[in-house]
Design a protein around this ligand. Structure first.
Ligand SMILES: Nc1ncnc2c1ncn2[C@@H]1O[C@H](COP(=O)(O)OP(=O)(O)OP(=O)(O)O)[C@@H](O)[C@H]1O
Ligand SMILES: [Mg+2]
Length: 353
């Protein structure tokens, strides 16, 4: 059992509070993703779990034991840092072996673990090289490998794929997921890449400005974002937002656009309407579709679909259309918002209604 519990954890640097009292339980063997914009406190949170940063207030428990004041070596964790370091004078094999040798793990066991991990993350042909003979991406994989061979109960990753090229990143994403299924350590993985966040973990923890805004599976946070921030952060292209007011059983948007709402909301309320690009169609036909006249501005063909940027009286919006929508910039079109899939947020609190 290696669950990780954060209990009202606060971190201040001087007077500045960068982690504002967060509560989180990462379950035993869970793959948990911490995601949020730059500076929101992800690395600081991870470093507090690892014991590399003091906790200003609150408690951290690993496997039921309070570790708040324990040094890193007494916590059952391994960490891959955002800016990782390898020993330059040691071969890859030695870099992987080093922490295990310090712990007096038997030689045969060390070799076994190294060959397993090297095979999984594609380091086998590089084991006898020195770090300076490796590319940035290869070095990053060595750093991941060095954490994996320790077989800790808890593995912490701080953006371990950020130095890899796009193709290798996609490959490593799948490999890390496969790895998690094999080794069953509890994993806490920090990223600011929302695609990584969506695809890799069991649950996503979305942070902003030192606070946890929402915790849930990828589909939960995608389909039921708790706030406008989450709605705009998860999903590409991002959700379209329109400011409006509840009137006559619908929403009055800018430019005299009125869209009907399939459910009742109190009249006069100031709201933000959120509609994902895939829930706006060029064609009528859906039962709860609302018509919005628009003009095509930009087309971005992606092969299997095309992103269309259009201007409506209510504002600029993006929609996901079929591969060949037969449009050109300047075309006047009718867009149909699927209001049964639309999101409403209170303008003042930004919370979902
Ligand atoms: N040692 C420190 N002293 C003072 N402020 C710090 C220190 N370390 C981090 N901070 C501040 O704390 C905040 C959170 O930093 P943190 O590194 O946790 O962000 P992050 O979410 O990991 O961002 P990124 O995605 O850019 O890595 C930032 O505003 C940062 O400037
Ligand atoms: Mg960071």
């Amino acid at each position: 059992m290696a669950d990780v519990v954060l209990d009202k954890v606060v971190k201040k640097f001087g007077e500045t509070e960068v982690v504002a009292g967060i509560d989180l339980t990462v379950r035993d063997r869970e793959f948990c993703i911490l995601v949020g914009p730059s500076g929101c406190g992800k690395t600081t949170t991870l470093r507090m779990i690892a014991g590399l940063e003091d906790v200003t207030a609150g408690d951290i428990r690993i496997a039921g034991e309070t570790v708040t004041f324990k040094p890193p070596r007494d916590r059952d964790i391994a960490m891959v840092f955002q800016s990782y370091a390898l020993y330059p004078h040691m071969t890859v094999r030695k870099n992987l072996a080093f922490a295990l040798e310090l712990r007096r793990v038997p030689k045969a066991e060390i070799n076994k673990r190294i060959s397993e991990v090297a095979e999984i993350i594609g380091l086998t042909p590089l084991l006898d090289r020195k770090p300076r003979q490796l590319s940035g991406g290869q070095r990053q994989r060595v750093a991941v490998g060095a954490a994996l061979v320790r077989q800790s109960g808890v593995l912490l990753f701080d953006e371990p794929l950020s130095n890899l090229d796009a193709k290798l990143r996609v490959h490593m994403r799948v490999e890390l997921k496969r790895l998690h299924q094999q080794i069953k350590s509890t994993m806490v993985y920090v990223t600011h890449d929302q695609v990584e966040a969506m695809t890799m973990g069991d649950r996503i923890v979305i942070m902003n400005a030192g606070k946890i805004i929402q915790v849930g599976s990828a589909m939960e946070v995608y389909e039921r974002p708790a706030t406008r921030f989450v709605a705009g952060f998860i999903g590409t292209p991002p959700m379209n937002f329109f400011e409006g007011e509840i009137r006559n059983g619908g929403i009055a948007l800018g430019g005299d656009v009125q869209v009907a709402l399939p459910r009742a909301v109190e009249a006069g309320r100031k709201v933000t309407l959120g509609v994902r690009p895939e829930h706006i169609s060029l064609h009528a036909g859906k039962p709860h579709a609302a018509k919005v006249p628009s003009t095509v501005e930009v087309l971005e063909p992606l092969g299997n679909r095309t992103i269309v940027t259009a201007r409506s009286p209510a504002g600029v919006l993006q929609i996901e259309a079929e591969a060949n929508p037969g449009l050109k910039p300047g075309d006047a079109i009718e867009l149909w918002f699927d209001m049964s899939r639309a999101h409403l947020f209170d303008q003042a609190s930004e919370c979902a209604l």
